[in-house]
Design a protein around this ligand. Structure first.
Ligand code: ADP
Ligand code: MG
Length: 326
């Protein structure tokens, strides 16, 4: 007997809930957020061939689907509570479901959150997640709080930087060759992003504005600048790069770091007076942060290059519909 829809949900996506009053199996889930907190809600949809390659190991897909959603909560400084999972599956493949749910629940357990519901249907492989979190009133980090004079900061792996996920994609596309060890590291960056949840929470009351990097630094910074009605100057030399990326030709480095995508790091602005507080927040979250530029009153994005010259840079990131139209 092939597994049916409800057996599938029971076998792979139902676990006893600890915090939710009612989880998977009823018409609604029931949650009890902490008194006086605001609810933070966000969704992300991942489509095969567009957001992930068909060759991705199922545990990595489970991890990444939840990680990109937790990254949005992190960017708001919210504490994750629970999540819902919307799955379209071309067929019931138990090896896939086993691996996918393992990767998913490993990250959920690491952040102490539970799956409380969702929907399952047949269709082209698509994974949607909605995360729920909470944040004290007026404490959420938003995109619209940056002010001229703020410093710009970005989080990154202590031995890495921005753009590694994009570099891995270029290797998969056959555009770049990397030695085995280097490829393993950038592939890890692409498949196993670590949402900066603890950093987001630690930055409450410290950062003026924040966004997570999903579509490339220039584009996501552009969103933050537009919402805050300011501009910025980035210092190319200060942008964190892994040894693998730093060994690549400069045009590729620029593309990966500025227009890459899939970094899932936090980009935030804070006043110079908060310098020590930012360092304390990063230390408490055990995440590296680098100061990469300044917020300016003049609109637009500019980059200072190592020879001291400054040039404008398009604040554009990855756009699915623009890509489709090419
Ligand atoms: P309904 O028809 O009332 O919308 P469903 O039959 O779609 O309910 O789902 C039954 C139960 O299983 C619900 O509690 C729903 O939240 C849960 N559920 C369905 N798909 C998933 C999934 N992929 N992950 C977690 N829970 C799921
Ligand atoms: Mg349903």
């Amino acid at each position: 007997m092939p597994l049916g829809e409800f057996d599938l949900i029971a076998r792979y996506f139902t676990r006893p809930t600890k915090r939710a009053l009612l989880g998977v199996g009823d018409d609604c889930a029931l949650l009890a957020p902490s008194a006086g907190q605001q609810l933070a809600v966000s969704s992300d949809l991942l489509v095969e061939g567009r957001h992930f390659l068909s060759t991705v190991p199922p545990p990595a897909l489970g991890h990444k689907a939840l990680a990109v959603n937790l990254s949005d909560l992190a960017a708001c400084g919210a504490t994750p509570l629970a999540f819902l999972l919307m799955l379209a599956l071309p067929r019931i493949d138990e090896a896939f479901l086993r691996g996918f749910s393992e990767g998913l629940f490993a990250l959920a357990d690491a952040h102490d959150i539970e799956l409380v519901g969702g929907d399952t249907t047949a269709g082209p492989l698509t994974v949607g997640i909605t995360v729920l979190g909470e944040v004290p009133p007026a404490a959420a980090l938003r995109r619209d709080g940056a002010r001229a004079g703020d410093e710009l900061w970005v989080s990154h792996p202590s031995d890495g930087g921005l753009g590694d996920a994009r570099l891995a994609l270029e290797v998969f596309r056959g555009q770049v060759e990397l030695p085995g060890e280097g490829f393993a590291r950038v592939r890890h960056a692409m498949e196993r992003p670590q949402p900066r949840v603890a950093l987001g929470i630690a930055l409450r009351g410290v950062a003026h504005a924040a966004i997570d990097l999903s579509d490339g630094l220039a584009g996501d910074l552009g969103h933050l600048l537009a919402r805050s009605r300011v501009g910025a100057l980035l210092d190319w030399s200060a942008l964190p790069r892994s040894a693998m990326l730093a060994a690549q030709p400069l045009p590729l480095q620029r593309q990966c770091v500025l227009a890459g995508g899939d970094d899932y790091e936090l980009l935030f602005s804070a006043p110079p007076s908060a310098h020590a507080a930012v360092q304390r927040a990063a230390a408490s979250a055990a995440v590296a942060v680098s100061r990469i530029g300044n917020v300016q009153a003049e609109a637009g994005l500019r980059v200072r290059w190592p020879d001291g010259s400054v040039s404008p840079w398009a604040a554009r990131g990855f756009d699915h519909f623009a890509y489709e139209a090419q």
